[in-house]
Design a protein around this ligand. Structure first.
Ligand SMILES: [Zn+2]
Length: 294
């Protein structure tokens, strides 16, 4: 049972007529839910691999108005163990991930508008950041997630990042209007930067490719990506449902709760635990401690 007590006058009452005919009936019954906010929201999802598949699936089914999907990669057979929106044919054809995800989403919910962009993050039109209500990174490299963090912070758009490996995963939210909260760049150390420049993965794991080139591949499984993708998409929904209240009152609506801003939620599948850690704001961080007025 939820710990929060509801006052009788705040309970929503729905008529019998919507029970089986409104596809969003059950979520509309959640206290603080506003389906109009969801239906009018635009979310950018950067990376539509394993975690991205889960995030996109969840957002489309909840009725998000518009998704901007960014990924220049195509589908391999080795993606099929953990990507619910891909299929064997698309892997054999080496179709672009964003195209296949767009087609699958149109089956799940034709009311969600999908914009599929087959570009490297460096090459996208930067105005897309401003056109988004929330930005999600489901990436496997540090360089791109920092770039997304920096643009999202600069434009004042909430940002939710995720990372996964084996039975472990984490998510973190960033929002520039919470001035004292850390961003992703805050906790980047010199050794992280060294790894970044060596083009390792976010985990530092390395394997040798057939041509001698270093290729990073992360060990993972769909149980981890679906847990992390679920938590990440829930953070997106919390921002969409709660941000107007925050802008008006300076705090977060108790029915929706505060997103994980400046905090990291770590999942450990070996110990069966979730732990939230406060990320320290770096006073020298050039992303969030830099004053735009100077
Ligand atoms: Zn920072």
């Amino acid at each position: 049972m939820p710990s929060r007590e509801k006052k009788t006058e705040e309970l929503k009452v729905y008529g019998l007529e919507s029970i089986d005919t409104d596809k969003f009936d059950r979520q509309k019954r959640i206290s603080g839910w506003d389906q109009n906010k969801i239906s009018n929201a635009t979310v950018m999802v950067i990376g539509v691999g394993a975690t991205g598949n889960e995030v996109v699936k969840n957002l489309v089914l909840t009725g998000i108005g518009k998704l901007i999907l960014i990924d220049y990669d195509f589908i391999d057979i080795s993606n099929l163990n953990r990507c619910v929106l891909f299929n064997r044919q698309s892997a054999q054809n080496k179709d672009y991930k964003v195209d296949v995800v767009k087609n699958a989403c149109e089956e799940l919910n034709p009311d969600t508008e999908i914009v599929a962009i087959k570009k490297d993050l460096n090459d996208i039109d930067k105005s897309l950041y401003q056109k988004s209500d929330v930005i999600c990174s489901c990436l496997d490299n540090v360089e791109a997630r920092l770039q997304a963090n920096n643009y999202a912070y600069f434009y004042g758009v909430p940002f939710v990042d995720s990372g996964i490996e084996e039975f472990f995963g984490s998510i973190q939210a960033v929002y520039s209007e919470e001035k004292d909260a850390a961003c992703l760049q805050c906790s980047i150390s010199n050794s992280d930067l060294d790894l970044m420049w060596k083009k390792f993965s976010c985990t530092g794991q390395e394997i040798q490719g057939v041509d001698g080139e270093t290729i990073a591949k992360i060990a993972t499984i769909i149980t981890t990506t679906s847990i992390i993708g679920g938590l990440q998409s829930q953070q997106v929904l919390k921002f969409i449902l709660g941000i107007d209240y925050f802008k008006e009152h300076g705090n977060w609506n108790s029915y929706i709760g505060k997103p994980l801003i400046g905090k990291q939620l770590n999942y450990n599948g070996l110990l069966n635990t979730f732990r939230v850690v406060e990320k320290l704001k770096n006073p020298d961080c050039w992303t969030c401690s830099y004053d735009k007025r100077n």
